[in-house]
Design a protein around this ligand. Structure first.
Ligand SMILES: [Zn+2]
Length: 335
């Protein structure tokens, strides 16, 4: 136990020491160093200062060397420590890190880099259900963020579709290559109950708890053509497969084929009735075909606008081409 009187007498002694120093001036500093002048060093961020001082406390030393402290700066030993000879004072500048907690983000000025220490410096005590990013034992650098999120759970019910199957049925009254929807499919419905985990109200994961079929799916029935012979104009046409296409028409003229047209197709066959332009990815060039409403033809031309299920049928005259217009028709790929 310290006696109150002792503190009083010590202060008195310091007061007495200062007066002679002021009076004697710099020449005599060495002489009276034993009476209250201390040789110390101050390390502050990038600099180190060695000095002789008569300051009484660490706080007085920092004031004398013009070091002002900002919140969170760390001083060792503490500011109220009495100065001693040979003392090393270290000042560490605080950097801001950010903490997000209960919907608010705020800066914390600290010299600590461990998450748990930064949180205690900010007087934040995570609850047992909270999660902390990065983890409490991790370290972070200035400017980075610590997120303390509240974990909650909830139940979510969702209805989901069940895809229907497609049942294919061969139909001999339909041309090979074609198909028709005989009965539309109806997706099924299933009710799924999830347990959902939230962090600060935002879903982070879910786990399926139960599932109940509300409605079974009903399959689509698709008729798939198998016929390979059709009758046209009293004549039977045997074919490999049929395609449904949109058919436009052209002739060898300059209006149809451009001012430099020479009446030739891209394959070198003269452009005339009996030639059609195709997308070769759909109908290979050289294929013999029968086009409903047009007749027999060979796929011998291409066109920039003829892509996919489109063809361009060639006529000898422009009038015939105009008369055709645009038609939906069938192309039979001949054997
Ligand atoms: Zn023309």
């Amino acid at each position: 136990m310290r006696k109150p009187g002792l503190v009083e007498s010590k202060r008195h002694l310091v007061g007495l020491a200062i007066i002679p120093v002021a009076a004697l001036g710099a020449m005599c500093v060495g002489v009276i160093s034993g009476l209250g002048t201390y040789d110390i060093t101050v390390s502050a961020w990038d600099r180190e200062i060695s000095l002789s001082t008569q300051a009484a406390t660490v706080a007085d030393v920092l004031a004398a060397v013009n070091i002002s402290l900002s919140p969170g700066d760390k001083v060792e030993p503490s500011l109220d420590t009495p100065v001693e000879d040979g003392m090393e004072i270290r000042v560490e500048r605080a950097t801001p890190v950010f903490v997000r907690f209960r919907g608010r983000t705020f800066p914390v000025f600290t010299t600590e880099d461990q998450v748990s220490q930064i949180l205690s410096a900010a007087h934040i005590q995570p609850e047992p259900d909270d999660v902390v990013y990065p983890g409490l034992d991790e370290t972070i650098a200035g400017g980075e963020i610590i997120r303390v999120a509240k974990v909650t759970f909830g139940e979510v019910t969702e209805e989901q579709e069940i895809a229907f199957d497609v049942q294919r049925r061969e139909d001999s009254s339909l041309e090979a290559g074609l198909s028709r929807v005989y009965k539309s499919g109806v997706p099924g419905l299933v009710q799924v109950i999830y347990q959902v985990k939230y962090e600060d109200g935002v879903e982070v994961s879910r786990e399926e708890k139960a599932r109940k079929i509300v409605r079974d799916p009903s399959p689509q029935i698709l008729l798939v053509g198998s016929a390979q012979e059709v009758s046209r104009g009293g004549r039977n046409i045997r074919f490999e497969r049929a395609l449904e296409v949109t058919a436009t028409a052209y002739c060898p003229c300059a209006k149809c084929c451009g001012p430099t047209a020479v009446g030739m197709t891209s394959t070198g066959v003269p452009a005339a009735r009996g030639v059609i332009a195709v997308d070769p990815r759909i109908i290979p060039l050289g294929t013999r075909v029968y086009v409903d409403g047009y007749g027999e033809a060979v796929a011998a031309d291409v066109g920039s606008a003829i892509k996919g299920h489109k063809i361009d049928v060639c006529f000898d005259t422009h009038e015939e081409a105009l008369a055709w217009g645009v038609k939906k028709t069938k192309v039979y790929i001949l054997r």
